[in-house]
Design a binder for this molecule. Structure first.
Ligand SMILES: Nc1ncnc2c1ncn2[C@@H]1O[C@H](COP(=O)(O)OP(=O)(O)OP(=O)(O)O)[C@@H](O)[C@H]1O
Length: 320
């Protein structure tokens, strides 16, 4: 099912103000966000930025102070049940599943909760459990499962109703490398092969860089930047290079500008920022004049982590 506007998730002017002992706290502040069908969006922000509150509002667990929320065209505030049927969510720090129940019983419970009648859910439950390598242990209480296995059950429960939109708050937190990889492969498949829309938060930025088409960074409840990952990396791409040279350095050689120099086994690696092509050509000419052979030149891409830190630091400096 697709919405008239063609968006899977639409958030307009979303605001949440909590009452605290001493007054009020505005934790989400006029947020706008639109996610296309089949897109994987990473919602980033430092601790307390308002990510979980935003996700909880989208899945109807926290009532917004103001603003509009639509999931697949359904108004979350006015048609809550219909909107909820569009969403599968795994929330961080919350018991998403019942620990005394088995994986199978959890899936049956959530299937019923999502409105599945009869036995149609069974086939899907079996498929999910087999896929997540939990089938053999489906009748054990999940309290006996490892953290990673419990997370997999939570994800299976979020998917049992076959929702087109999936919200994942820190899906790989606390998982070992293998479980994290399984969850990542799954999220990738849900979007690429099954056309589902995924909104996820994570402090593990390599996970975000790996999975997301787009990234939205929020700070103190406000949107700082919302761009496709590639554009974001290019926008903040410094002209950093790694140049490999063959030969030996002369001990009297003055410093190579501000570049880092590592010399080992007859190979020299220079790395750092080079402002423009002219500077790069000068440097290469200089190397050749010292009888050094140019073995390779790589332009270094910034990581999402570097870009994220820069966006947040720039904002903090502006507010000072
Ligand atoms: N029920 C509440 N009453 C008052 N303040 C709250 C409540 N729930 C959350 N907050 C505050 O809202 C702010 C945003 O919290 P939220 O959990 O949304 O942040 P987050 O970006 O998900 O952070 P983290 O990365 O640490 O999980 C925090 O300052 C938090 O203390």
């Amino acid at each position: 099912m697709t919405s008239e506007s063609g968006k899977a998730v639409e958030v307009t002017g979303l605001t949440k103000v909590y009452r605290t002992g001493s007054g009020t706290r505005r934790v989400v502040d006029g947020l706008h966000l639109a996610i296309e069908h089949g897109q994987v969006l990473g919602l980033l922000g430092v601790n307390g930025a308002g990510k979980t509150t935003t996700i909880k509002m989208i899945c109807g667990l926290v009532t917004p102070t103001s603003g509009e929320l639509r999931v697949n065209g359904c108004d979350v505030r006015r048609s809550r049940r219909r909107a909820m049927a569009q969403i599968g969510a795994v929330l961080e720090g919350t018991r998403n599943i019942y620990w005394q129940l088995s994986a199978w019983e959890n899936l049956r419970y959530f299937a019923r909760l999502k409105g599945s009648r009869g036995t149609a859910w069974r086939e899907r439950a079996e498929h999910l459990l087999r896929d997540l390598e939990l089938w053999e242990r489906r009748h054990e209480p999940v309290t006996r499962f490892s953290r990673g296995m419990q997370q997999k059950v939570a994800i299976a429960c979020a998917l049992i109703g076959d929702p087109p939109v999936i919200l994942l708050d820190e899906p790989t937190l606390g998982l070992d490398a293998q479980a994290s990889r399984t969850v990542r492969l799954w999220v990738d498949r849900l979007a690429r092969d099954e056309g589902r829309t995924v909104l996820l938060t994570s402090h593990q930025l390599e996970v975000v860089q790996d999975l997301c088409d787009r990234v939205a960074v929020i700070h103190q409840g406000r949107m700082l930047i919302d761009k496709p990952v590639k554009e974001l990396l290019a926008l903040f791409g410094k002209d950093s290079y790694e140049i490999r040279l063959g030969g030996h350095l002369d001990a009297r050689e003055p410093a190579w500008r501000d570049l880092e120099v590592v010399a080992r086994d007859g190979e020299i690696t220079l790395s750092g920022e080079i402002n423009d092509q002219e500077e790069l050509h000068e440097l290469l000419a200089h190397a050749r004049s010292r009888s050094l052979t140019v073995l390779g030149i790589n332009r270094l891409e910034p990581t999402l982590e570097e870009v994220f830190l820069r966006v947040v630091q720039d904002e903090q400096e502006l507010r000072r």
